[in-house]
Design a protein around this ligand. Structure first.
Ligand SMILES: NC(=O)c1ccc[n+]([C@@H]2O[C@H](COP(=O)([O-])OP(=O)(O)OC[C@H]3O[C@@H](n4cnc5c(N)ncnc54)[C@H](OP(=O)(O)O)[C@@H]3O)[C@@H](O)[C@H]2O)c1
Length: 288
């Protein structure tokens, strides 16, 4: 599913593959880069149109390239349809200075960056040849096609570049386009870092189960299945989260007793607001 403030239609992978900008170069095939790559290949990206640049690829990435016929670390470079930057932010200066990246960029190359904290202006400064630049903030569930990604484009991103970026990002889940790059730190704080908050919820629920008398293994199993099941229900049911919560809360019942604690003045909503504000502040501090 893709969203641009209002929902737009879902397009199956094979349809999306027709819009992938090619040839496609992925610079940095680590955790996130290789997850994106696997999603594109699963969606029908032609392996012969892909180049992977990673000086020390993992054995899994090297095997994927060998088995599927992707080019790995070629010595020649020419402008690509898309250059996807999956390197660590602190590598950008070195990679750009070595001119290793610039050689892949022509006037029509879409440059898509997942580098946390690197602004469109930072990218433009390091890669002056880049015109259509898209900065994105993906999250970990992108690795199973269930990500939530915020994206913002430079002023040179026209309809074709945007459609190409949209197709590439939609392979890993929901895409939300931002009009204002200033919102990306808040996106980082909500969806970029958000999976960790949900994992903490599962941990805390398991610990609370132990405190309530359950054996640790059973508490962990129940907490994990509950968080995963509630997430799946939230995905499958169009009702708002608040409505789903109200619908499972009988007045005077057990859930109401727990929610009275969680929702008190200094409870979970207040804590979450404080946590997201802290993450947003930190994202701002790390930028540059
Ligand atoms: N993981 C997440 O949940 C997440 C979420 C949002 C955004 N991001 C962003 O995604 C980016 C990558 O994160 P990651 O977690 O996937 O990191 P990672 O696993 O360390 O991946 C970075 C990859 O780039 C390789 N590399 C190093 N120098 C290179 C060069 N000069 N040219 C090409 N490749 C090079 C690294 O190789 P070596 O290991 O040999 O150095 C590594 O394979 C970061 O910018 C991060 O901000 C990640």
């Amino acid at each position: 599913m893709t969203r641009d403030h209002a929902p737009v239609s879902e397009s199956p992978g094979r349809d999306r593959a027709a819009s992938f900008p090619t040839p496609l170069v992925l610079a940095g095939a680590g955790k996130m880069g290789s997850a994106l790559l696997r999603g594109w290949l699963a969606d029908g990206l032609d392996p012969g149109a892909v180049t992977v640049i990673d000086p020390q690829p993992s054995p899994e990435v090297a095997a994927l390239c060998a088995e599927r016929g992707l080019r790995l670390n070629p010595t020649d470079a020419e402008p690509a349809g898309a250059l996807v930057l999956g390197i660590k932010p602190q590598i950008l200066d070195a990679a750009a200075a070595a001119a290793a990246l610039a050689a892949w960029i022509g006037p029509d190359t879409l440059v898509l960056s997942i580098l946390a904290g690197k602004t469109l202006a930072d990218l433009k400064r390091r890669l002056p040849g880049a015109r259509a630049l898209v900065r994105v903030m993906p999250n970990l569930p992108a690795s199973i096609g269930r990500g939530a990604t915020g994206a913002v484009g430079s002023s040179e991103v026209g309809p074709d570049a945007r459609a190409g970026a949209e197709a590439l990002l939609a392979s890993s889940g929901l895409v939300a386009w931002l009009d204002d790059e200033g919102l990306i730190d808040a996106v980082t704080a909500v969806s970029g870092s958000g999976p960790a908050y949900v994992f903490l919820l599962a941990e805390a629920l398991a610990e609370a189960g132990v405190a309530a008398g359950l054996p640790p293994d059973l508490a962990a199993q129940l907490a994990r299945a509950t968080v995963a099941g509630a997430g799946a229900l939230l995905d499958a049911d169009p009702r708002e989260a608040g409505q789903l919560r109200r619908d499972v809360t009988s007045p005077g019942g057990t859930t109401a007793a727990a929610l009275a604690v969680l929702m008190r003045e200094e409870g979970l909503p207040a804590l979450m607001t404080e946590a997201v504000a802290a993450a947003r502040r930190r994202a701002g501090e790390l930028s540059g």
